[in-house]
Write a protein that binds this ligand. Structure first.
Ligand code: SF4
Length: 369
């Protein structure tokens, strides 16, 4: 059992054409439906839904409040390494970028963690590039053993691993894995990932299946918006999620929608997504799926984040540094991408409270499971 045949049965050009053929009547049907299908989701992300944005925003807000109440989870990334054997056309850590490389030691990890703990964080997202020797499975296991006593919830955004590797890391405290497909357009994926293990489209596509079989608590999906037609890419994300929820029903899921940000040596986005379109996408995900968590990072501007949190978002990063050692050990090293919202975690927490939300600093505690 895998997502592969479901994916192959839906050719890119057919999916794209069917999204752009949706009409106002399809959108009205989707908004009125008691349960929304993937065809309804296509209507909600289509250009025909643009005039319905206000109605979508209200519905998305109501559904989110009903399911998630007035809480918003806060998390911070902790970059452990910028070493990477891949070439990705959009990333500051790409192998072909001549930057100083650094991998944190256990002592340095704890120095970084202390800053996050001081802010109140109990949920951390560990991030590395993809370098088998320096940040392979042994290093990841060491990181979990070092940091598990510090945090109630540990997420990872690192290289895709084999199922056996996930089965080794989960007992060490790995709760959540984020693995973004970047784009579901097979040919363009190859253009953006010309060298390294990441150039294997199918291995990446199969990663959520390996995670599901390994019994991960939560996984996060998404695409990098700007590489290809965002509507089509986000439909495939929804298709993937739909399959995973039915297959690995005990796992929880989250979605992210990062827009390409400036980075050292990076390409310009092929497709620009406006703020209104990103709001439309967030609302469409929520209206289609009342359970999935929706996350927004510091890639987005303060003004945008302040407005969008009411429309379906359930988790938000704050105070993020996207360079290894960025919080305490080496604040001046090169970032993976420039962040847009530079407000501190206390400032973000105060903003959330002003809007009637309770900031939650931990996601999930293994002791409560
Ligand atoms: S996106 Fe990830 S795999 Fe690609 S260059 Fe950056 S760190 Fe490496």
């Amino acid at each position: 059992m895998s997502f592969q045949p479901i994916f192959e049965a839906q050719p890119w050009d057919d999916v794209k054409a069917s999204i752009y053929a949706k009409t106002a009547a399809d959108v009205a049907h989707a908004l009125a439906a008691p349960q929304r299908t993937l065809e309804d989701f296509k209507a909600l992300i289509s250009p025909a839904a643009a005039p319905y944005l206000e109605q979508m925003a209200q519905l998305s807000h109501q559904l989110t409040r009903k399911r998630f109440g007035n809480t918003l989870q806060l998390y911070a990334p902790l970059y452990l390494s910028n070493e990477c054997q891949n070439i990705c056309t959009y990333c500051g850590f790409s192998l072909d970028n001549k930057i100083a490389r650094r991998t944190l030691s256990s002592v340095e990890m704890l120095l970084e963690a202390a800053v996050l703990k001081d802010w109140g964080y109990d949920h951390v997202l560990l991030v590395t590039g993809e370098a088998n020797v320096t940040v392979g499975i042994d290093y990841l296991e060491k990181a979990l053993r070092t940091l598990r006593p510090q945090f109630a919830h540990i997420s990872m955004e690192v290289q895709p691993l084999d199922q056996a590797d996930y089965e080794r890391l989960i007992p060490e405290g790995l709760n959540t894995v984020l693995v973004y497909q970047e784009t579901y357009h097979r040919a363009d994926y190859k253009k953006h990932h010309p060298k390294g293990k990441k150039s294997n489209f199918d291995y990446r596509l199969d990663t959520p299946d390996r995670l599901g079989r390994a019994g991960i608590h939560k996984m996060g999906l998404g695409v990098l918006i700007g590489l290809e037609d965002w509507r089509t890419d986000c439909f495939y994300t929804a298709l993937h999620l739909d399959y995973l929820e039915k297959t690995y029903w005990q796992t929880k899921y989250s979605l992210s929608f990062p827009r390409l940000r400036p980075a050292e040596g990076m390409l310009q986005p092929k497709v620009e997504m406006s703020d209104r379109e990103l709001v439309q996408l967030i609302c469409a995900y929520r209206i289609w799926n009342g359970e999935v968590e929706l996350s927004i990072s510091t890639r987005e501007s303060p003004v945008f984040r302040d407005h969008v949190i009411k429309l379906g978002i359930t988790s938000i990063s704050a105070g993020s540094k996207t360079n290894p050692g960025g919080y305490a050990v080496a604040p001046e090293s090169l970032e993976q991408f420039e962040i847009s919202d530079e407000r501190s975690p206390p400032e973000i927490a105060a903003m959330l409270r002003r809007q009637g939300y309770e900031p939650v600093w931990k996601d999930w505690d293994a002791a409560l499971a």
